[in-house]
Design a protein around this ligand. Sequence first.
Ligand code: NDP
Length: 341
Amino acid sequence: MNRYWTLAQRPPPPWPGPGTFRLVEAPIPTPAAGQALTRTIYVSLDPYQWGYKRRGVEPEGAPCHARSVAQVVESRIEGLAAGDFLFCTNGWAEYGLMGEGVARPGYMVPRKLDPAVGRISHAVGVLGMLGLTAYAGMILQGDPKPGETVVVSAASGGVGQIAGQLARQRGARVVGIAGRPEKCAYVTGELGFDACVSHLSPTLPEDLKAACPDGVDVYFENVGGAVFEAVLPLFRPGARMTICGLIAHYGDAPDANAGEREAEAARARGVTVRNLFVGDYVESHHDAFLAEVAPLVASGQVRYREDIREGLETIPAAFAEMLKGGNFGKMLVRVGEDPTL
Ligand code: NDP
């Protein structure tokens, strides 16, 4: 049997809790001509998945959407064989079909993975959409110059840790904003950021000002809310801000436009504001990004931390935790054996 999670509460509450998701059992699907059956190894948990549910993107009863790393069990697709590893979108499920006629919200064209290039779990992280997000937002949009001050929020998370390190590679002075003390210690210690302040501190605005004595040239926004308010007065003339995500607002009513309000406030101070949608960069920049970042990861010049939970059953709790800072690194759930380990 196949097992998968589906959304049980419609419309969903502002934030997920017990009872928000339901575990469903169904027969393992059989691949038709032009399709392949894959078994999921890693389920990627990402904040945007909550937006899908809040906006009602997924059909009722369908497996919750997620990017995944999977292995082919049975293939009726030429060039794809049992045992091959894939980046695909199986969702919060143990098995999934790919290929002809398998289209659902968020479906992405599967890509074969070569375990020699990097860990297969990295395909949903630093060597996949998260890495490209950091690259596009920091390098292509923010364009930090040597000596400039760059601030990255959610700095120890999947995107933040990569974005900050890429800015350091360009010679910028990088300040992270993160939650718990051990996250801040990781950001300055392991990742080599120049400073990190905690948004849990009651003196966040003062702490950030002290960490950025010359002001802020580039802000990579992952959070919004009080964190954005602390950055706002520090922008220097010529500053750039990339709005990558606003996780503090993901429990707002779906039509509340926190991003537009934030962009207006920053523009009123002369900041150049850009919104980021990683999908816009896949065709144009995925190869250039991989060529630049994969060697940095392989050589250890870019560090990358994953928070891997075990078992399909843990997904709803892990997901809810991640939205509130319970993850430490990019959040994944291993739902099947990884034979490359
Ligand atoms: P993370 O691994 O960074 O996990 C989310 C983190 O957000 C938490 O660990 C927590 O870190 C922080 N956080 C949550 N709530 C708050 C809050 N109220 N105040 C401050 N920090 C908070 O997730 P990702 O790296 O996957 O995603 C980061 C951002 O990038 C998200 O907003 C996401 O939606 C966005 N994104 C956007 C894309 C695009 O195309 N624009 C593509 C991919 C991601 P801490 O404990 O440090 O507070």
